[in-house]
Design a protein around this ligand. Structure first.
Ligand code: GLY
Ligand code: MN
Ligand code: MN
Length: 436
């Protein structure tokens, strides 16, 4: 993504902050996996959104209207020895030239410089409560400014949660963001096709995970957006199953929930297919029902509908179907009002999608479900889970787990399914299973 997009976002945020405001935003810390080994570094999504800066040990400061420069970046200095061991750094010059900072300072000077920047500001915009150590540092800087009161220096008097402003911005995707989300969707669709084709009885769930991750990487996505779920048989009924270790058995279904990350942007796709070449009758009935629920939910994605409309649409279809198949007793309306469908459908129908797979943005405004607007992106992912032993699950239904998940953009006149290149109908999926 080019630096102009990040500059535009900073301008938009600074307009909302107004003069007298200061925003302070730390980069994500590195996290240790085990001795001498860190987890792969992932920048904090808010920080990435505003700066595009990929390194740890950095703090971004925005000072709208400051004549000497509005955007300051504290970061690591270049250091030949450290870079030989650990990799390249942008350094202070790179922070300005490549990442658009008006000025850059060594991160080691943060405690010396930051109190001066807080002098005579009125409002501090920061994220509080997520990083206690950083919160304490911020209060310490503010106290240092307060100590200068008798010298006529004023300290900020208002503290405003930066999350809310930023997350409302992140909720509506720009054309540049949608381009990356489309690429993530395209790579992920190809990965699902690859895994579906590669499936064979006797292989393992891990073999299919390897196919997915090969396709992500060769498509240009270094990382998965979240740990890939490859659950066969009873494992398909474990919502966040990530062991991915079981052997694939003919007659079972495999549920794959996996998506690539492209420049921080996630795709999130689920498909459920047979280990053999065909769904059996019971699997087919459940699959058709979940697919019908997904169609109904996707049809409810349009501006002016509430966030909850797709969920309600899916639940209506699922409740009717569960009663018709004899899995639940009573009238569909009662199944909905009493919530008994939750025995088999215990999660919601989707979530916002973006830089975080479960992206930011409020789902309710003023106590009411918010209205969908063009530029919002969400998943639509109904499912049914019928583990053996659950009340009402006879042998023919035992251990069927089906989820179907796509990524959907709200457009001015309805929606666009970003992941529509991923085969989804029984006919398409069985054709792929045979085409080996
Ligand atoms: N992959 C996590 C989810 O579908 O929400
Ligand atoms: Mn998913
Ligand atoms: Mn999802």
């Amino acid at each position: 993504m080019n630096a102009r997009e990040h500059a535009r976002r900073r301008r938009q945020l600074m307009q909302q902050m107004g003069e007298g405001g200061i925003a302070i935003l730390p980069a994500a810390p590195e996290r240790q996996r085990n001795r001498d080994v860190d987890y792969p570094y992932r920048q904090h999504s808010d920080f990435l959104y505003l700066t595009g800066f990929p390194e740890p040990e950095a703090v971004a400061v925005l000072l709208p209207g400051r004549p000497q420069g509005e955007y300051l970046l504290f970061c690591r200095e270049r250091n030949a020895e450290m870079e030989t061991w650990h990799g390249r750094r942008a350094g202070l010059e790179g922070a300005c030239v490549r990442y658009g900072a008006d000025d850059a300072f060594p991160i080691t000077d943060l405690d010396d410089i930051l109190p001066g920047l807080l002098e005579n500001t009125e409002r501090v915009y920061a994220t509080m409560g997520h990083d206690p150590a950083f919160d304490r540092r911020l209060l310490d800087w503010i106290n240092r400014v307060r100590d200068k009161a008798r010298a006529g220096v004023t300290a900020p008097v208002e503290f405003i949660d930066l999350d809310h402003l930023l997350h409302e911005m992140r909720l509506i995707k720009s054309p540049a963001e949608l381009k990356l989300m489309r690429r993530a969707a395209e790579i992920s669709a190809a990965a699902h096709v690859r895994a579906i084709r590669a499936c064979r009885p006797g292989k393992t769930e891990l073999d299919l995970e390897a196919e997915l991750h090969y396709a992500f990487a060769s498509g240009g996505a270094r990382h998965a957006a979240y740990p890939s779920i490859v659950g066969s048989g009873a494992n398909a009924c474990i919502l966040h199953y990530t062991e991915n270790s079981a052997r694939l058995r003919r007659g079972d279904l495999v549920l794959i929930d996996a998506g690539a990350e492209v420049e921080g942007y996630a795709a999130d796709i689920t498909r459920t297919f047979p280990v053999g070449t065909r769904y059996n009758r019971a699997q087919r009935a459940i699959y058709e029902l979940v697919l019908e629920a997904q169609h109904a939910a996707i049809a409810a994605v349009r501006p002016g509908n509430t966030w909850n409309a797709p969920h309600d649409a899916a639940v209506e279809v699922l409740a009717e179907g569960l009663v018709a198949l004899g899995l639940l007793k009573g009238r569909p309306r009662t199944v909905i009002s009493k919530g008994t469908y939750r025995r088999f459908y215990m999660h919601r129908t989707g979530h916002w999608l973006g830089l975080d797979v479960h992206d930011v943005g409020d789902y309710k405004v003023g106590g009411e479900w918010r209205l969908l607007e063009p530029g919002m992106t969400l998943t639509v992912e109904p499912g049914l889970y019928l583990p053996a032993g659950e009340k009402g699950v006879g042998p023919r239904w035992a251990d069927i787990g089906v989820r179907i998940e796509d990524d959907v953009l709200v457009t001015p006149d309805g929606h666009e399914v970003l992941t529509s290149a991923t085969p989804k109908t029984i006919r398409e999926i069985e054709a792929l299973r045979r085409a080996n």
